[in-house]
Design a protein around this ligand. Structure first.
Ligand SMILES: [Fe+2]
Length: 163
């Protein structure tokens, strides 16, 4: 139930902004599909899923505080809000919260990807952003060679966008 409760809480956090809500839901589903197919162990899969739901939690506070929400600001602002939200779930351990916050703090950083959970979050976010940002096939191919590593992520990207 944690994922579903987190989804409801993140919907409230982004109230009035259906585009952002549907963004994180899509990223969550792609992360889940890739994570399952790539054989993540259940604990890591759950960390990935929670990180996917929460990954953009820094956008609204960035906009409110600074009037903008570039990737670095999102990474900087997100973890504190994620930590506060996750604290409402006693089942989520301190170590899990730390990893989720780390992933949120790096989800626009394509270097030093230190785990499959991190890799898959980048891939899932890109699969959604490529459509939402109307990226060219050239930009999609470039990101495929720079970021994508999992067989499922590459398959979904190639198949969906015809690249
Ligand atoms: Fe995102």
């Amino acid at each position: 139930m944690i994922n579903e409760d987190l989804i409801v809480k993140m919907t409230a956090f982004n109230a009035g902004d259906p585009k952002r809500i549907q963004h994180f839901l899509k990223v969550y589903e792609f992360a889940h599909v890739i994570g399952v197919r790539e054989g993540l162990d259940p604990k890591t899969l759950h960390i990935l899923e929670m990180a996917a739901i929460l990954h953009d939690i820094g956008i609204r506070p960035s906009e409110e505080k600074y009037g903008r929400c570039d990737g670095k600001l999102q990474e900087q602002e997100g973890p504190a809000y994620a930590k506060e939200m996750l604290a409402q779930f006693p089942e989520v351990t301190v170590a899990e919260t730390a990893r989720i916050c780390y992933l949120i703090a790096h989800h626009h950083t394509y270097e030093n990807v230190d785990g499959l959970d991190y890799r898959i979050l980048l891939e899932a976010d890109f699969l959604v952003n490529a459509l939402e940002d109307n990226l060219s096939k050239e930009a999609i191919r470039k990101c495929r060679s720079n970021v994508f590593e999992t067989e499922t992520g590459i398959y979904l990207l190639n198949t969906m966008f015809g690249v």
